[in-house]
Design a protein around this ligand. Structure first.
Ligand code: ADP
Length: 172
């Protein structure tokens, strides 16, 4: 039987920490499905299609990695697609507490579901999409924290945001 694991997340944008989990996961499982959460109500910086495009480009050198997206409860995505293994990354204690609860809830909702954790390896232990956005929005260089494609997307979107702000200021 093919061992498939689903790696869900926001990936807003994908970081080298995410990529490390995807790479290591693809050595353990026959296929990794990276599932992008459609969380438009939380106002992500990038649209789902932009996040999928970044992930597709960043993982194109890896075999058996597929990019998908989902809306609504993740457990429904798993059940609807006949999937049972969730892959998650663990960085710090805060991740552990959240992940324990989430794994328990998913198992309660469907007892077939197993959650597998991979610990973050240095230097990515404190790396998050949120930290990357903060660094980039403050004019810092995030190129060492994200795949090249995500760095290009970040620079482009921040440049557009800056232009919009300048235009707005000019119009006031
Ligand atoms: P973020 O917290 O960066 O916004 P996501 O919500 O997209 O990330 O998280 C998706 C999964 O990736 C979670 O299991 C999260 O713990 C894991 N993850 C995120 N960053 C890292 C990292 N630097 N190292 C290991 N796992 C990570």
């Amino acid at each position: 039987m093919k061992r498939i694991a689903v790696y869900p997340g926001s990936f807003d944008p994908v970081t080298l920490g995410h990529l490390d989990i995807i790479k290591r996961g693809s050595c353990v499982f026959d296929e990794i499905i990276v599932a992008v959460l459609n969380n438009s109500s939380r106002h992500p910086l990038f649209s789902v299609s932009e996040r999928k495009a970044m992930l597709t480009a960043a993982t194109c050198h890896l075999d058996h990695v597929r990019i998908d997206s989902f809306n609504g409860p993740f457990v429904d995505y798993m059940i609807d697609n006949g999937l049972s293994v969730i892959l998650r990354g663990l960085r710090e204690i805060a991740d552990f507490e959240y992940e324990m609860k989430s794994a328990w809830v998913n198992k309660y909702l469907d007892h077939h579901i197993e959650t597998c954790f991979m610990i973050s390896v240095n230097p990515s232990a404190s790396l998050s999409s949120g930290a990357v956005k903060k660094i980039a929005q403050h004019g810092g260089d995030a190129s060492g924290l994200v795949p090249e494609v995500a760095d290009r997307f970040l620079k482009k979107i921040l440049c557009t945001e800056k232009e919009k702000m300048l235009l707005k200021k000019g119009g006031d």
